[in-house]
Design a protein. Structure first.
Length: 141
């Protein structure tokens, strides 16, 4: 399993102490994907946030690659927040290992420690805001 200190590099865990992350790790799962695996398919439901521990993925809309994510980055946050189908596909470009946390586990975090849950949700909002700003900058360029 993953060490708490290694999760601190993810923006979603920003501001959390190792002891707080230790409370979350039992609620997470590890998943592995092979190159070309579709991790999330456009138009399908997703209830997990994926934290890339190893590997690289492509974010694809239709047949167009929008961006790539690699170790230290996360994806799947939008569907976890708004509970709608994915608007992009996520495809493994290499062998990928990811830690995941689903909606049910996030509700458990809320029950365990509201402060931890609040920090995660605030960090999630910040990360989505950064991504939106980045996309806006691409459009303006």
């Amino acid at each position: 399993m993953v060490e708490p200190s290694s999760l601190q590099k993810y923006s979603l865990f920003g501001g959390l102490e190792e002891e707080q992350i230790e409370k979350i790790i039992p609620l997470m799962a590890q998943e592995k994907f092979s190159p070309d695996d579709i991790i999330i398919a456009e138009g399908t439901p997703n209830d997990k946030i994926y934290f890339i521990v190893e590997g690289q993925v492509a974010v694809i809309r239709g047949n167009v690659e929008i961006t790539r994510f690699s170790e230290g980055e996360a994806f799947g946050e939008m569907e976890v927040l708004d509970v709608m189908s994915a608007v992009v596909s996520i495809k493994a470009l290499s062998p990928v290992t990811a830690m995941t946390i689903n909606n049910k586990a996030l509700r458990e975090v809320y029950k365990i420690d509201v402060k931890i849950f609040s920090l995660i949700i605030m960090n999630l909002a910040r990360e989505l805001s950064r991504r939106l700003r980045k996309m806006d900058e691409k459009i303006d360029a």
